[in-house]
Ligand binder design. Structure first.
Ligand SMILES: Cc1cc2nc3c(=O)[nH]c(=O)nc-3n(C[C@H](O)[C@H](O)[C@H](O)COP(=O)(O)O)c2cc1C
Length: 196
């Protein structure tokens, strides 16, 4: 049994899994580049099929042209709160081994699954440093490949806002109402012995 952050669970998991959540009330403080590199380095150590490491990150620290470019690629519903984050990271996966132009390239069927593992490592390392990481699928998918110079083997996975939590009361009313850690389905609904 673990209980923290208004969340509780029946098994003795580490509290970090309950302490990680996705707030929208960011403080507007810039994320120090050294901390961002620590967070991205944790993501780099995620496991992947054949150790292909098919994740790539495009980042921008608040107050830079890179941050503004990435913020401009979020849908408005996310941009209105995420532009107060300390940094933005776009998680991209590559779906083939080797480099564009190589003849012996092989597909990486697990490219998105592997990139998901990297995102979770990123989110937990951020939390361990006192920050919050909030994933966003709401991005301008059509504009991103050209804006970020994608090669043809790249897939946009999700954007991530990272930063310190700020004043919840500064959020618009509709977002304030949603600003609390969410719960989960029971383990018995999700885990099955041998077969469904
Ligand atoms: C891949 C992914 C995409 C998401 N997209 C959005 C999004 O576009 N906007 C948003 O506000 N939250 C988004 N979220 C946050 C989820 O809604 C949130 O993680 C989920 O409700 C569980 O809550 P928790 O992270 O606070 O535990 C996304 C999360 C993930 C992992």
């Amino acid at each position: 049994m673990t209980e923290t952050n208004h969340r509780e669970t029946g098994e003795p998991i580490d509290p970090i899994f309950l302490e990680r959540w996705s707030p929208r009330a960011y403080s507007g403080e810039t994320l120090p580049t050294a901390d961002l590199m620590t967070i991205l380095d944790a993501a780099r150590w995620a496991p992947s099929a054949s150790n292909n490491q098919p994740w790539r990150f495009v980042y921008g620290v608040r107050g830079t042209a890179a941050f503004d470019r990435l913020a401009g690629l979020l849908v408005d519903a996310n941009r209105r709160w995420a532009e107060k984050a300390g940094a933005l990271v776009f998680v991209v996966s590559v779906n083939r081994t080797g480099a564009p132009g190589d003849e012996n390239r092989r597909p990486i069927p697990t490219h998105s699954f592997d990139a998901g593992a990297a995102w979770m490592a990123l989110a937990l390392q951020a939390r361990m440093l006192g920050y919050f990481a909030h994933g966003m699928a709401g991005v301008k998918q059509e504009e991103i490949p050209a804006e970020l110079n994608f090669t043809e083997d790249m897939k946009m996975e999700a954007a991530i806002a990272i930063g310190r939590m700020g004043d919840v009361d500064a959020l618009p009313e509709d977002l304030k109402a949603r600003e609390k850690p969410s719960h989960r389905r029971a383990l018995a609904e999700l885990a099955f012995e041998g077969q469904f």
